[in-house]
Design a protein around this ligand. Structure first.
Ligand code: SF4
Length: 355
């Protein structure tokens, strides 16, 4: 859903501000594309409306699109249907319309509970407004509520991050995605002034480890490098990416993974409306590389057996596993190797040693 009320200066997702007049036409194009791709032999148990800010669109359009997916694929009774939202873009009656149509998970871009930090990120909402939206969504029947939290914001300290986590944990939420602020190429944040003001590596590491500890104290289990949940509320949608399950993406800049191949649509909404064209991504997928990279993001970890089956060097794996365990960076039970929070901090170099 490539629409936003205003572009945030750090964001490189494909989305347009001030394109409300395209909502209807875009929803029609999506429904056409979903219907022409649909196949009742394909089972679906997760539908995800990402953005952009899907909740800028009328609820009726989101419900129509969701119905089109259900009609076109073999959709399970208990399908997880998620909608991404930004605080204060919708109200309780809007959320009710969604829950009535089967939406059962909502993910809010809260980012911080400190207003000066929200301002520095160019966000349009205050924490109080975020809080109101979360409570309204909960009252409207969303029991599975996720919040995005950002670390490394200009002006953020470990203490203010702890304050944000404390505030979020007092709300009726089930899931938190905690990401480090990353400077994306060609965004307004991609300049020396910003690069020199954001948290350095040591502070970022301190923030990450403190966040992992505090979330654990508050009952959020870490199941992925940046994702934490209460009880059974792992994101089914996200797990599919990390477990290399197939998925269909629709809309400009959406990606798909079908039959071991990756496809994408161009970042061009008008082109999509005129004639959606799924393009094959360049380059062969290397199964060992993908499996290693994705499974090491998860606290379930990587299976030595699967690594071996995909052509990995088991002797190298065992030597590295022993070294990582000795330094408190991983756990290994002879079958699964999983990184600890310390290990996640250097996961890129660990992955590089394994592939
Ligand atoms: S609201 Fe989200 S998708 Fe839209 S510009 Fe901001 S960060 Fe990007």
């Amino acid at each position: 859903m490539p629409f936003c009320a205003r572009k945030c200066p750090y964001c490189d997702f494909y989305s347009l501000a001030g394109a409300e007049d395209m909502f209807d036409e875009y929803a029609k194009a999506l429904i056409r594309d979903i219907q022409s791709t649909g196949n009742k032999e394909i089972s679906v148990d997760s539908i995800y409306f990402g953005g952009g800010t899907p909740t800028l669109m009328p609820a009726k359009l989101l419900c129509d699109i969701s119905e089109a997916v259900k009609r076109s694929f073999n959709t399970a009774e208990d399908t997880e249907i998620t909608v991404e939202s930004n605080p204060f873009t919708a109200d309780k009656s809007y959320y009710k319309e969604l829950t009535k149509a089967g939406f059962n998970r909502i993910s809010f871009g809260v980012q911080s509970c400190v207003d000066s930090e929200l301002k520095s990120l160019g966000r349009l909402h205050s924490f109080e407004q975020a809080q109101t939206s979360i409570l309204e969504a909960y009252d409207a029947g969303f029991e599975n509520i996720s919040c995005d939290l950002m670390m490394g914001i200009i002006g953020q300290s470990v203490d203010s991050l702890m304050f944000s986590i404390d505030k979020l944990c007092s709300l009726p939420i089930t899931h938190i995605s905690a990401y480090m602020l990353k400077i994306e190429k060609d965004t307004p944040y991609d300049c020396d002034e910003i690069k020199n003001s954001i948290a350095d590596d040591d502070t970022s590491a301190e923030m990450y480890l403190a966040a992992v500890d505090m979330l654990k104290e508050n009952g959020f289990e870490q199941y992925e490098i940046s994702n934490f949940c209460k009880g059974r509320f792992r994101s089914r949608h996200n797990m599919k990416y990390w477990q290399l399950a197939p998925y269909y993406g629709f809309g400009p800049s959406a990606h798909s993974f079908i039959g071991g191949k990756r496809y994408y649509y161009k970042r061009d909404i008008q082109g999509y409306i005129n004639a959606p064209e799924k393009l094959l991504e360049d380059g062969e997928c290397n199964a060992l590389e993908e499996y290693t990279m994705l499974s090491l993001r998860l606290t379930d970890g990587i299976s030595v057996q699967k690594y071996k089956e995909l052509g990995g060097d088991v002797a190298r794996f065992e030597t590295l596993a022993e070294k990582l365990c000795r330094h408190g960076m991983a756990k290994y039970d002879g079958k699964m190797l999983s990184l600890t929070a310390q290990g996640f901090l250097v996961s890129n170099s660990i992955i590089a040693e394994l592939i």
